[in-house]
Design a binder for this molecule. Structure first.
Ligand SMILES: NC(=O)c1ccc[n+]([C@@H]2O[C@H](COP(=O)([O-])OP(=O)(O)OC[C@H]3O[C@@H](n4cnc5c(N)ncnc54)[C@H](O)[C@@H]3O)[C@@H](O)[C@H]2O)c1
Ligand SMILES: *[C@@H]1O[C@H](CO)[C@@H](O)[C@H](O)[C@H]1NC(C)=O
Ligand SMILES: *[C@@H]1O[C@H](CO)[C@@H](O)[C@H](O)[C@H]1NC(C)=O
Length: 437
């Protein structure tokens, strides 16, 4: 091997030089016997072998460092053992149970919804690409948690149509709970492509496969309160305008709603969009304020508290994860069947959109005060102007529609919910001796 390497080292580094050495092969047989020509010949052979080796072996190809390509990895799936795990995870255990494909199952909401479905005897199969938008080790820990309750998470991308088709070939899912997405508003400055990849292209490939599946599943999917954008009329109701997005995230969620409407209209897919309002709780997302405030308060680091123009209060309708889970399950349970088959619509299909909030906006400064009391540490507040790049000043849900049609009734106030979050946080990061990265 070291001998081969020495040959490689001898290859001229510039293409021009390469070409000059090459021509003598053809025109002068005498030169063929010169040692320089031999060396060049063997260098070609070895270079060729090395190139073939690199192109045929995907593992030797390091992951692209460009963040916009982060989620374009290829994954290993398929084979009898893999199919067996898929079937067993999606197997319905209760009478009248449903079989659900949960996308984004290693995510915050996806983990809680998957666990709740499994607990009541439904078949659940997860799908997640474990991207590194935030610490993937937290996603792995959630995966381990689900694994223990019998939920298998297939590692793959929602934009991989071949994988999706395979999943529907193996399991006749009655429902899809679509939670995979590029979340967060600030990350768009760094990686705008990821919003297009997951929230647009990924959504379309998922709906394409669903419309062609036989039977077509009913789909419940996560939109966002961010579609209300810069609206000032509160509380936000489902019929309000959604044409003033304040972030690329909001724009892709809004586009997703229109794409969903289109698939409902053209192909008879039963579609329910849920507009979540700032969901928080145990196993939550490290990119959200309540989470990194907790981390930074404990570290003694100052935390940025945004203030709108004229010292206006920034407030959020914080919604506890268990309330969101109940809303998701109620949406699945009240979803009607899709009406199409073989990719063709047979009749009108159900199309719904609901706010899932808490109806009780809390100023972010109050959130910090609650955390201070729970953590028994004073926060270092750093008051800052609300940046223009994504966050809105205020969110407040009108949930009367979800109340009426889903029986949705949030029951956890911020104080109670944060207490549960903090208990989890301390156990996870201190008990597990993990760095709160
Ligand atoms: N948490 C909130 O406050 C909130 C508010 C409004 C809307 N939502 C929406 O709810 C859904 C769930 O949010 P969450 O808080 O659980 O976020 P999350 O980031 O924890 O979960 C999303 C999961 O989807 C996976 N994923 C992303 N792109 C993927 C792709 N292309 N293929 C496969 N998997 C992919 C991620 O790895 C992640 O595990 C998202 O659609 C989000 O936009 C959340
Ligand atoms: C999604 O998948 C399609 C079809 O395989 C591919 O052409 C496209 O480039 C992908 N889009 C993104 C944004 O990854
Ligand atoms: C809440 O939404 C319902 C429609 O679902 C509407 O009738 C009602 O007027 C709204 N309430 C407020 C206070 O905006």
């Amino acid at each position: 091997m070291s001998k081969q390497m020495s040959h490689l080292d001898d290859i001229p580094s510039t293409p021009g030089k390469f070409k000059m050495e090459k021509s003598p092969f053809v025109h002068n047989r005498l030169r063929w016997h010169s040692s320089l020509a031999k060396l060049t010949f063997w260098s070609f052979i070895f270079l060729g072998l090395i190139l073939i080796f690199f192109f045929r072996s995907p593992s030797s190809n390091p992951l692209p460092q460009d963040p916009s390509r982060r989620s374009l990895r290829t994954y290993n799936w398929g084979g009898p053992a893999w199919e067996k795990r898929v079937r067993s995870s999606a197997c319905v255990r209760s009478h009248n149970g449903i079989s659900v494909l949960v996308t984004g199952a290693a995510g915050f909401v996806g983990t809680h919804v998957s666990a709740a479905l499994k607990r009541r005897g439904d078949g659940v199969l997860g799908l997640d690409n474990f991207n590194d938008y935030y610490d993937p080790s937290l996603k792995r820990a959630r995966q381990a948690l689900l694994e223990r309750s019998g939920v298998f998470i297939v590692e793959g991308d929602i934009n991989d149509s071949a994988l999706l088709r395979k999943l529907f070939e193996v399991v006749a899912f009655t429902h899809v709970m679509h939670l995979a997405a590029q979340a967060g508003v600030r990350y768009a400055m760094e990686n705008p492509g990821s919003y297009v990849h997951s929230n647009i292209a990924g959504l379309v490939s998922l709906l394409e496969v669903c419309k062609s599946a036989n039977p077509q599943p009913a789909i419940v999917w996560a939109s966002s309160s961010s579609v209300y954008g810069l609206n000032t009329k509160v509380p936000f109701s489902e019929k309000d305008r959604t044409d003033q997005p304040a972030s690329l995230y909001a724009a892709t969620k809004k586009a997703g709603e229109e794409i969903a409407h289109t698939y409902n209209h053209i192909y008879g897919l039963s579609l329910t969009g849920l507009r979540f309002f700032t969901v928080y709780g145990p196993w939550g997302r490290p990119d959200m304020a309540y989470f990194f405030f907790t981390r930074d308060i404990l570290k003694g680091k100052s935390i940025p508290i945004f203030e709108a123009a004229n010292h206006g209060t920034v407030a959020r309708d914080f919604t506890y994860i268990d309330d969101i889970v109940k809303g998701c399950l109620a949406a699945l349970d009240t979803a009607e069947k899709s009406t199409g088959s073989g990719g063709k619509k047979k009749g009108p299909a159900q199309l719904r959109v609901y706010n899932l909030g808490n109806t009780s906006p809390v100023p972010v400064s109050d959130l910090v005060s609650i955390l201070e009391r729970l953590l028994k540490v004073n926060a270092k507040r750093d008051i800052m102007k609300l940046p223009r790049n994504g966050d809105v000043q205020f969110t407040h849900a009108n949930i009367s529609l979800a109340q009426r049609e889903l029986g949705y009734k949030p029951s956890t106030d911020l104080q109670t919910g944060l207490k549960k979050f903090v208990r989890w946080y301390l156990g996870y990061y201190n008990g597990g001796k993990k760095a709160a990265g």
